[in-house]
Each structure stands twice: as structure tokens, then as C-alpha cells.
Design a binder for this molecule. Structure first.
Ligand SMILES: Nc1ncnc2c1ncn2[C@@H]1O[C@H](COP(=O)(O)OS(=O)(=O)O)[C@@H](OP(=O)(O)O)[C@H]1O
Ligand SMILES: Nc1ncnc2c1ncn2[C@@H]1O[C@H](COP(=O)(O)OP(=O)(O)O)[C@@H](O)[C@H]1O
Length: 173
């Protein structure tokens, strides 16, 4: 099964995704985390100019989908943390994987701009950075997610969110 966590930068994909993997591994050790940032770093393609343009993001998303298809074919579960700005690719996921559960980690943009841990939103506001999703690249909100989770700061602990996700996916009873 592939659990696909979608959300803007800072929405908590990595934090919640790690916790989903930790809990899922108790019953299924063949579970891995596929984090967009880590996959970029692994293949060094985050260092190339243009890697965060819409086309660069499409390449990254296609690589990640192919990787998950390969893992899925070998019976390995994956929890994917990716910004995921392409509704058509999300729709294809549903056809492509043996089982697919899509989660939208929803946080209002002003809360992300206030937290701005990576400084992306501040740089975008000051005109120092382009290609920031939610600012100059549109983010089409997932309309057919299997679960929408409110991860506004202070709303819930990652452990509880991970449990809700695994219950929703039918992994935990
Ligand atoms: N404009 C720009 N320049 C440089 N870096 C940026 C930029 N926008 C985003 N980021 C960082 O890239 C991460 C998003 O990459 P992803 O692989 O998750 O998504 S995507 O497939 O590229 O859309 C994203 O990671 P997360 O914060 O974990 O979402 C950011 O760390
Ligand atoms: N439910 C939560 N409770 C407490 N802190 C959280 C929660 N979700 C995210 N965070 C914090 O928010 C910041 C951004 O989370 P991160 O997982 O890096 O987001 P993303 O991977 O979507 O960019 C991190 O400092 C993380 O610890």
C-alpha cells in the first residue's frame, strides 16, 4: 500500500510521515518513508538550477511515482511526503498502485507564513525567492483525498495524526 501525504511546505508532511512509518512498522516491517526532499538529495537533483520550477517538480514527482510503483510491485509499503501540485498525477496514482490512500495535511497559508521554518515564505514575500508553491506557483488543493487532516499548529500531536491516518487506511483497527 502507498500512503501519499500532500501539503504545502511546512504543513508537517515529514513530521507526520515519519510517525506513520514508525507506527506502521510495528505490524509491517516492510514499510519505508519516501520523502520528496530526501529523494532530491539522494540523486543530487535538488542542486540543479530549475529543480523547483513547475517542470522540475514534475520530474521529481514522476521519479517518486516510478520509485513507489517499483516498491509496490515488491510488496513494500511506502509513506510518501511530497508537495504534489499535479492533480492529474494524483489521479493516476489511484489506478497505478495496488492500494492507495491519499491524505491532505491542511494548514492555512498564514499559519505557514508565520512559522516559516525554512524561510521560504519570507524570502518569497521579500522578492528574494521564486517558485514557491502557494505564492507564485499555485497549489490545487486535493479534491479527492481519502482523508483531510487539520495540522494547524497546536491542533494535534503527530502521534495522534499518524494513528488517525493508519486507521483511515485500514491498517490499524
Ligand atoms: N523555490 C524553492 N527553492 C528551493 N527549495 C524549495 C523551493 N520551494 C520549496 N522548496 C523545498 O523543496 C521541497 C519541496 O520538494 P518536494 O520534492 O516535496 O515537492 S515537489 O515535487 O518538488 O513539488 C520543500 O520541502 P517541504 O518543506 O518538505 O515541503 C522545500 O524544502
Ligand atoms: N502536529 C505537529 N505538532 C507539532 N509540530 C509539528 C506538527 N506538524 C508539524 N510540526 C512542525 O512543523 C515544522 C514543519 O514540519 P515538516 O514536517 O518539516 O513539514 P513539511 O515536511 O510539510 O515541510 C517542523 O518544525 C515540525 O516539527
Amino acid at each position: 500500500m502507498i500512503i501519499w501525504l500532500v501539503g504545502l511546505s511546512g504543513a508537517g508532511k515529514t513530521t507526520v510521515g515519519r510517525e506513520v512509518v514508525r507506527q506502521w512498522k510495528r505490524s509491517a516491517p516492510n514499510t519505508v518513508l519516501v520523502d520528496g526532499d530526501e529523494i532530491r538529495a539522494l540523486y543530487k537533483h535538488d542542486q540543479r538550477p530549475g529543480s523547483h520550477t513547475v517542470e522540475g517538480r514534475r520530474d521529481n514527482a514522476e521519479r517518486i511515482t516510478a520509485l513507489c510503483h517499483w516498491l509496490d510491485g515488491q510488496g513494500i509499503n511506502a509513506v510518501v511526503c511530497i508537495l504534489s501540485i499535479f492533480p492529474e498525477m494524483r489521479a493516476e496514482n489511484r489506478m497505478r498502485f495496488s492500494q492507495y490512500f491519499e491524505v491532505y495535511l491542511k494548514v492555512p497559508l498564514p499559519a505557514l507564513q508565520a512559522r516559516d521554518e525554512k524561510g521560504l515564505y519570507g524570502k518569497a514575500a521579500r522578492g528574494e525567492m521564486t517558485h514557491v508553491v502557494g505564492i507564485d506557483i499555485p497549489f490545487p488543493e486535493p479534491e479527492t483525498a481519502d482523508l483531510v487532516v487539520d495540522n494547524t499548529p497546536g491542533a494535534a500531536a503527530p502521534e495522534n495524526l499518524a494513528r488517525r491516518i493508519l486507521e483511515g487506511a485500514g491498517v490499524l483497527k
